[in-house]
Design a protein around this ligand. Sequence first.
Ligand SMILES: Cc1ncc(COP(=O)(O)O)c(C=O)c1O
Length: 426
Amino acid sequence: MKRRTMVAALGAGLVGAGALALHPGQRGAPHAPYFARMAAALRAAGIATPTMVIDRDALHNNAAQVTRNIAGRMQLRLVAKSLPCLPLLDDLAASMRTDRLMVFNLPYLQQLAEQRPAFDLLLGKPLPVAAAAAFYQNLKTATFNPSTKLQWLIDGPQRLAQYRDLARQRHQAMRVNIELDVGLHRGGVADSSALQQMLAIFKSEPLLEWSGMMGYDAHIAKLPDLPGVRSGAFEHATSVYRDWTATATHALHAGATPADLTLNAGGSPTYRLHDGSKTPNEVALGSALVKPTDFDLDSLHDLAPAAFIATPVIKAPPEFLMPNGVEWLGSLARMWDANQRRVYFIYGGNWLANPVSPEGLAPSGLYGPSSNQQAMLGSGAQNLQMDDFIFFRPRQSESVLQQFGDIVVMEAGRITQRWPVLPAMP
Ligand SMILES: Cc1ncc(COP(=O)(O)O)c(C=O)c1O
């Protein structure tokens, strides 16, 4: 063999060996016992459509853990948009001993006022004044007293002036919580002149009662974990909160902090930063209690996933085939990657969710997504047959929890309840 030919052959051999070494290894296994039990519970309950399952035991363990972490140092406010189901909110409110909810839209506000008048409601975003007017206009129950049970969230003097006009027009006393920009820059009061203008409006209108502050600080958890970056952002948030609360207290209460001010901070990723030693006296939290995958964070390591999408396999063909015309692509994919040998077409799909069991399944980038019958690929080690269940974890609970009709509740390995969800609303 000529030297050049030998070098070329050697090169090709090396490329071939390299490619072999790069082959993705075969992954996958049948359901772990936890999911096998969940599948059996669903089958026993006659469930065979895409379903949101809440593991109530895991939910309650999370609730107990969060309660232990807060350790009575602050109040807790449940975030309704992340737990959008009245029986779920009832269950958590009872087990965590709170009657405080954070609400984000007019329809939920109306439903809560009508159906759960005992809850104490704080808006989590400022609503246009016309939405507030519609709330008062349509409030049918006398049981819910908005002047004691509701705090509107106001982000600046312009909106506060609008709410003042509404209060005057309706002769309606209103409690108003001020949204502070503590660093997220999504909204809220960002400079002291805006705060001063708001304080002047409060002083001039007795129908408006300043009820506290809300400073959402979720950005802190998203910052790069480099020395000083997160702690710097937390210190900034803390000082903004302290200074502006002091300014408002001084202006409106002659320096004495009223005991019943609602000084809300945090969210799932940041609630553990708060220990009651600074200005905030309550934390808001929702998602962490069901722990979707976006909340797989170090700060929430002691909580477990409690919400799962279960859906049946519609078809389990013997091998993954791409459609006619590009079948060769499927053959290449199967040869290259053992994890693309088998395809499972599921009932529904394309949710904001990640497959979790059986292990080693992934949607096909080649075949594309489908909300009707999503193709999930695997090595075959999953041992799935037609009608078996596949489980996903939602990436977020907000809106995803509401896509499956009633939530199915599992306790001690059995389906025990069905909880109607609130209609999906932005
Ligand atoms: C104002 C506010 N507080 C708290 C939260 C925290 O909610 P969760 O605990 O579900 O992340 C949110 C979520 O968007 C929010 O907007």
